[in-house]
Structure formats: structure tokens, C-alpha cells
Ligand binder design. Structure first.
Ligand code: NAG
Ligand code: NAG
Ligand code: NAG
Ligand code: NAG
Ligand code: NAG
Ligand code: NAG
Length: 280
């Protein structure tokens, strides 16, 4: 009796956590198709209503039929990572339009083989360092090829690198495994892409990065962390590429609700933080 229920419990836990790559790929395809067409019904038919946690844009829960997905957008770049353990995906979407540009980052979370949470960061002109031509250009230059199996970092190591980076904003004593080169795409602003490029160029302090939600893909050496940025809790996504345990790329998206997060370019760091140039 006990044995049976333990088995059932174990099996139940496995069943909900288990997902296949095929399923994750189809889920992302369905998401991209919805955003491209503005037709959401095929996508929402994949929602798991019994475990439903919500559709979020910039940390605001809303009905999916009022969201950005209902607006057809010409996607000029997309790149996804697939978390086989967490049953989740993250997709970077660029709409390189001169009239209505967007950079969107979306986590899809799966339960019972269906989607039970959509968590999107939707950025557009006015958001932190938004520059779609910059994002479109630089993200395409980067090498996000799958990492050869023998050279892959563990899930724990990838997550630890991201956490160290995120912790640094509130604890200057943290040791971050910076790579060389390392380059940061902050909104649409790029760092030094050269062989000596460094991401260790200063971050503000006293800025807690909280409520972290992770999607981790060992084959891509990547983790996306959705989080609340600082005491203002700005909705934010930090995606990392980690190679040999060290941070190679960082992509950030931050939505502040007010133009450029209410900060005047250049003046902002001098006033608010000891170190320039970047918020992240
Ligand atoms: C969940 O609800 C949506 C909207 O009400 C519906 O379109 C969809 O088919 C349902 N999903 C499943 C898996 O039953
Ligand atoms: C997403 O990117 C892949 C290549 O990386 C491409 O084959 C596919 O057509 C893109 N999808 C959309 C909707 O743009
Ligand atoms: C946007 O990025 C492009 C490419 O890096 C750059 O040439 C351009 O000056 C940037 N625009 C602004 C307004 O910063
Ligand atoms: C993005 O759009 C601009 C303006 O239309 C264009 O000049 C640029 O080449 C595009 N960038 C990419 C990477 O396609
Ligand atoms: C960082 O280290 C310094 C010197 O050891 C210490 O005074 C400080 O409390 C530490 N800060 C944190 C946030 O741990
Ligand atoms: C990178 O750093 C090395 C060692 O300091 C230096 O010799 C080299 O010239 C630098 N390369 C570039 C492109 O700055």
C-alpha cells in the first residue's frame, strides 16, 4: 500500500517534470507563429488550464488576449534555449522595424506537457538603452553555437555564474567568473567585442536583483534569469552564455515604465551610482 502510493508519488513527480525536446521545440514554434501572425488560438490551445499560473508581460499578469501576441510582428531574429530539466524555454525575439520595433524575451514554462506560464519582457523605444538596430546587429554577430558535449558545463555551474553576476549588484565581495573576452549587450548598447573585451566594467551597488526565474540549457551554455531589478523592481531579463565556467555574453532587457528608467543619459550614473557606464 505504502509502496504503491510512494511509487505513484514518484511517478507523478516524474510525469510532470518530464518533457521531450520535440515538445519544447513545438512549443516555441507555436509561440513564434502566434507572434508572427497575431493569431493566438493555436498557441493558447497548448495552455494547461489545470496548473495555469498566468500570462505575464513585464511582470504584470494579464489576459493573453490583451497582450502583444495579438499584434502581428515581423520577427527578424529569434534564438531559443531549451531547459529539459526545468521543462521551460527562453526565446529572444527582435523586431527590427524602423516604425514599430521591439525586443522581446519570453520564458515558456511547461507542466503536464502543456504551457502553464508565459513570462515575457517586452521592450520598445523608451526602455533602458533601447536601440533595435544595435540589438539586431550585435546579437547576430555572436557565436551561440551548441557547445560540444565534452566541453559543457553543468547546470549548477551555469546557474552559479549567473547568480554570482546578479549577486554582485548587492554584494561587491562576490567573485564573478568573468570570461575573456566577455561582452555585454545592454538593451542595444554593446561593449568591447574585441579579444580583450571585459564585462567587469563596474556595476552599481546596493541594487538587489530578486525574484529570479531561471531557464537553463547546458547544450547552449546558457541561462536566462527573469528578475526584479533593484528596489524599484523593474522587470528585467538577463541572459548569459557561459563557456568553460566563465561568462562570455550577457544580454539584458529592462522595462522601467518611464522613459530610460527616469534617468537622464550620462548624468544618471554620476548621480546615482559611483561607476559608469552601465546600469547592468
Ligand atoms: C485552456 O483554455 C484555453 C482558453 O480557455 C483553451 O483554448 C484551451 O484549449 C485549454 N487548454 C487545454 C489543454 O485544454
Ligand atoms: C527563428 O529562427 C530560425 C533560425 O534560427 C528560423 O529558421 C525561423 O524561421 C525563425 N522563426 C521565425 C518565426 O522568424
Ligand atoms: C544604435 O546602435 C547602432 C549599432 O551599434 C549604432 O550605430 C547607433 O549609433 C545606435 N543608435 C543610438 C541612438 O545610440
Ligand atoms: C535593421 O534595420 C535597419 C533599418 O532598416 C537596417 O539598416 C539594418 O541593416 C537592420 N539590421 C539587421 C541586422 O538586419
Ligand atoms: C565585503 O567585505 C568587506 C571587507 O571584508 C566587509 O566589510 C563587508 O561587510 C562585505 N560586504 C558584504 C555585503 O558582504
Ligand atoms: C589585448 O591584450 C594584450 C595583452 O595585454 C595586448 O597585447 C593586445 O594588444 C590587446 N589586443 C587588443 C586588440 O587590444
Amino acid at each position: 500500500m505504502l509502496r504503491t502510493s510512494l511509487l505513484a508519488l514518484a511517478f507523478g513527480a516524474c510525469a510532470s517534470a518530464h518533457c521531450t525536446m520535440k515538445q519544447l521545440l513545438e512549443t516555441v514554434d507555436s509561440y513564434l507563429a502566434a507572434q508572427t501572425s497575431g493569431q493566438i488560438s493555436a498557441f493558447t490551445s497548448r495552455f494547461d488550464n489545470s496548473t495555469w499560473l498566468g500570462y505575464y508581460e513585464n511582470s504584470v499578469k494579464m489576459p493573453v488576449n490583451t497582450g502583444i501576441l495579438n499584434k502581428p510582428l515581423t520577427i527578424t531574429h529569434n534564438r531559443s534555449i531549451y531547459d529539459m530539466t526545468g521543462c521551460a524555454t527562453y526565446t529572444e525575439v527582435v523586431v527590427n522595424s524602423t516604425t514599430d520595433p521591439y525586443v522581446i524575451g519570453t520564458q515558456l514554462h511547461i507542466a503536464n506537457h502543456n504551457i502553464n506560464k508565459v513570462d515575457s519582457l517586452v521592450t520598445k523605444p523608451g526602455d533602458w538603452l533601447f536601440n533595435v538596430t544595435g540589438t539586431a546587429y550585435w546579437t547576430a554577430q555572436e557565436n551561440w553555437d551548441p557547445i560540444p558535449e565534452a566541453k559543457r558545463d553543468s547546470r549548477e555551474m551555469i546557474k552559479k555564474a549567473a547568480d554570482a553576476y546578479c549577486d554582485l549588484f548587492n554584494n561587491p565581495n562576490v567573485t564573478v567568473p568573468w570570461g575573456t573576452p566577455c561582452v555585454r549587450l545592454e538593451g542595444g548598447l554593446y561593449g568591447d567585442p574585441g579579444p580583450n573585451g571585459s564585462c567587469n566594467v563596474g556595476v552599481p551597488s546596493g541594487v538587489p536583483l530578486t525574484n529570479r526565474r531561471y531557464v537553463i540549457d547546458e547544450s547552449m551554455g546558457s541561462v536566462d534569469v527573469m528578475l526584479d531589478f533593484g528596489n524599484s523592481k523593474w522587470p528585467d531579463s538577463h541572459q548569459f552564455r557561459v563557456e568553460n565556467g566563465r561568462i562570455r555574453y550577457v544580454h539584458t532587457l529592462t522595462h522601467c515604465g518611464v522613459a530610460n528608467c527616469g534617468l537622464v543619459n550620462g548624468m544618471m550614473a554620476a548621480r546615482r551610482w559611483p561607476v559608469r557606464p552601465c546600469l547592468h
